[in-house]
Design a protein around this ligand. Structure first.
Ligand SMILES: NC(=O)c1ccc[n+]([C@@H]2O[C@H](COP(=O)([O-])OP(=O)(O)OC[C@H]3O[C@@H](n4cnc5c(N)ncnc54)[C@H](OP(=O)(O)O)[C@@H]3O)[C@@H](O)[C@H]2O)c1
Length: 355
């Protein structure tokens, strides 16, 4: 039998393990044995925003249950496709399961796209599976880093690029909400490297020490210190999605808040608060990384832009182990890891679940 981990779509606190018969590929399909995957607040966001953005549709489950997508690596265990061989390993979007059946299309030396009918209307980026090989940018020995940081740090990179591309909307300070999250400190790493702007982190009391010790924020404040933010032209880049904090940042900075950029909802259970559209200062706007990627690919060419992302990722990988240790857990402990991440994980641990 094949193991799967599911949650109730309407109540992420309810979870169950489900056994299903082993998957068999039909003509043109392959089955991937999922080796391992990373689990961070980003995946919880997929669950919270599952209906809004269609995340539940990638890996359908029975009734009210859903399979939250994760970034992982799978090895082809059986193939009914002439161009995909047993033993090849692919990085991409998986359920928290032991197996996934896909229908490879657009096959190149770099990977393929899953052309399964139920995924056809979903964003292309999530249907792409990349061959895990050094030639394809996967350094040997860094599989865990790829699964844990690639999806997050690419967003950090594109955010830094987007703000620089827009002259930081004339902000002197950049304030990051949920400063201890990997996406936020990836961005702080880029901003610190770039220089020229004050980088301020907002975080929980319990994570303040961690954020200070990173050494890439110029100032670190707890959420109850929002009113101590310097009243100067500022941009707020929000990974927390905490509506109460958002309102306090807007009311404190008013017209000095020149940009309010919504990126995440790590505080997924703190979504009650003032209507964001009626807050003073710049209107909160959802960040959409693909738009900036398309723009820069046109301006620079996709090879150059990808090369810049790769160089920055390498630099980040070279330091991140000083800050975060990767902890592996077997698939039969996935529920414990999930509940830890759901409640708010310690920022100095990155979780990988292995099958
Ligand atoms: N829009 C995009 O394209 C995009 C791409 C990547 C990531 N994101 C978003 O960015 C956010 C960060 O993701 P990540 O994977 O980098 O996070 P992560 O490293 O797992 O973040 C952990 C941090 O999140 C906060 N947190 C998590 N759960 C919490 C809870 N239940 N209650 C209170 N605080 C909690 C805590 O930070 P603090 O104490 O500092 O608040 C904690 O240290 C996610 O919402 C993700 O979806 C968006």
């Amino acid at each position: 039998m094949s193991a799967n981990f599911e949650v109730l779509r309407g109540d992420l606190n309810q979870a169950r393990a489900v056994e299903t018969p082993p998957l068999v590929p039909l003509s043109g399909e392959i089955v991937l044995r999922i080796e391992k995957f990373a689990l961070t607040a980003n995946n919880i966001t997929y669950g919270v925003a599952g209906d809004l953005i269609g995340y539940w549709q990638f890996f359908p489950a029975e009734g009210d249950w859903g399979r939250i997508p994760v970034w992982g690596i799978g090895e082809v265990s059986s193939s009914e496709h002439p161009d995909v061989q047993i033993g090849q390993r692919f990085y991409g979007y998986f359920p928290m399961s032991q197996e996934l059946r896909v229908k490879p299309a657009k096959i190149t030396q770099r990977g393929f796209a899953d052309a399964s009918e139920h995924r056809s209307a979903l964003p292309v980026v999530y249907n792409q599976y990349s061959l895990v090989s050094p030639e394809n940018g996967f350094a040997p020995g860094l599989d865990n880093h790829a699964m844990l940081y690639r999806p997050l740090f690419t967003t950090s990179f594109v955010l830094d690029d987007y703000f620089a591309d827009n002259d930081f909307f004339n902000a002197d300070s950049v304030i990051l909400g949920s400063a201890s999250s990997k996406t936020a400190f990836g961005l702080a790493f880029m901003l610190h490297r770039r220089g020229g702007k004050k980088v301020v982190g907002l975080t929980s009391q319990s994570n303040k020490d961690f954020v200070e010790k990173l050494g890439i924020y110029d100032e670190v404040l707890c959420y109850d210190e929002v009113e101590n933010l310097a009243d100067e032209p500022s941009a707020y880049i929000d990974m927390a999605g905490n509506k109460e904090v958002l309102a306090r940042v807007h009311h404190h900075l008013r017209e000095n808040l020149v940009n309010s950029c919504s990126v995440g909802i790590t505080h997924w259970d703190a979504r009650q608060g003032e209507d964001p559209t009626s807050l003073p200062g710049a209107s909160p706007t959802m960040f959409f990384a693909p738009s900036q990627i398309v723009k820069r690919n046109k301006e620079l060419g996709p090879e150059v832009y990808q090369q810049r992302i790769t160089q920055a990722t390498d630099a980040f990988f070279a330091v991140v182990d000083n800050w975060v240790s990767i902890q592996e857990a077997p698939l039969n402990e996935v529920e414990q890891v999930y509940r830890t991440v759901l409640k708010g994980p310690a920022p100095n641990i990155g979780y990988i679940v292995t099958s």
